[in-house]
Design a protein around this ligand. Structure first.
Ligand code: GLC
Ligand code: MG
Length: 253
């Protein structure tokens, strides 16, 4: 018999194709998480690639639970207030190290294979493109060396065979979660992170419990094969049902 967990935990999840993808399972998971938060003071955090603008559209369409903190734009923005109006300034200061947006855009613009994403998905610490999968494996190393020749050790994060994000070396979803845990003083053993694609890999690099949904994309499955450990769990089920499965596996629910 499963003993119900009565101690609070920090639940961090990606949205598209992780929390969101199966509406029935999402409703069940939402109910369990809302109860746990109310009774035991657990915390819910979303870590999404979306801008705040695209996050709000999804949150409304899918009736997402209001989070205790919100990480948007692949970890380059963090909000601790309820209405997400106050972008965390301390995090912005950390991201600014070794970053010069204009110069990085100028270097990347020499690569014709890169097509800019819409302006809503660009921010001071995130430059995003579309890059076709057929040319990604030759383009990415070339771009990386063009950047490092000019002294930029930044992050190139490729997801779902189409999206390329250029991020400061101090910024990604995983580093944002570490920052948040320090601020809230929550240990890694009481934290679970969930994801499905390339921009979630950084979440699984830390000491937290990692939960990969069954529908994960090839780039994350490849990473999992090469880095499997007791800390990371690959669910059999997809989307929110996979999350429920993993939370039971780790004893959080
Ligand atoms: C979301 C963002 C996009 C980003 C992608 C992968 O779709 O809107 O800008 O490239 O996630 O991180
Ligand atoms: Mg996703």
């Amino acid at each position: 018999m499963n003993v119900p967990n009565i101690s609070p935990f920090l639940f961090v999840t990606d949205l598209d194709n992780t929390l969101v993808g199966d509406d029935t399972a999402l409703a069940e998971l939402n109910q369990k998480l809302a109860n746990h938060r109310q009774q035991h003071n657990s915390k819910i955090v979303y870590a999404t690639g979306r801008s705040l603008y695209l996050y709000r559209l999804l949150a409304e369409a899918k009736s997402l639970l209001p989070p205790d903190a919100l990480i948007t734009a692949v970890g380059t923005e963090m909000y601790f207030d309820r209405d997400h109006s106050q972008y965390d300034p301390e995090w912005a200061e950390i991201l600014s190290q070794g970053w010069n947006r204009e110069e990085i855009v100028a270097i990347a613009s020499q690569f014709r294979q890169l097509q800019s994403q819409p302006s809503s998905e660009q921010n001071p610490f995130k430059i995003s493109y579309y890059l076709a999968e057929s040319v990604a494996s030759e383009t990415l190393p070339q771009l990386e060396s063009a950047l490092s020749e000019r002294g930029y050790e930044i992050k190139l994060i490729y997801s779902a065979g189409q999206d390329l994000d250029l991020l400061p070396r101090n910024g990604d979803k995983g580093l944002a979660v570490q920052f948040l845990r320090r601020r809230w003083d929550i240990s890694a053993t009481k934290t679970v992170v969930c994801g499905d694609s390339g921009n979630d890999i950084s979440l699984f690099r830390g000491e937290e419990k990692g939960l990969i949904v069954g529908n994960a994309k090839p780039e994350l499955l490849e990473w999992y094969e090469a880095n499997s450990s007791d800390n990371n769990y690959l669910a059999r089920s997809a989307y929110a049902e996979g999350i429920l499965e993993g939370l039971k596996h780790f004893g959080f629910l």
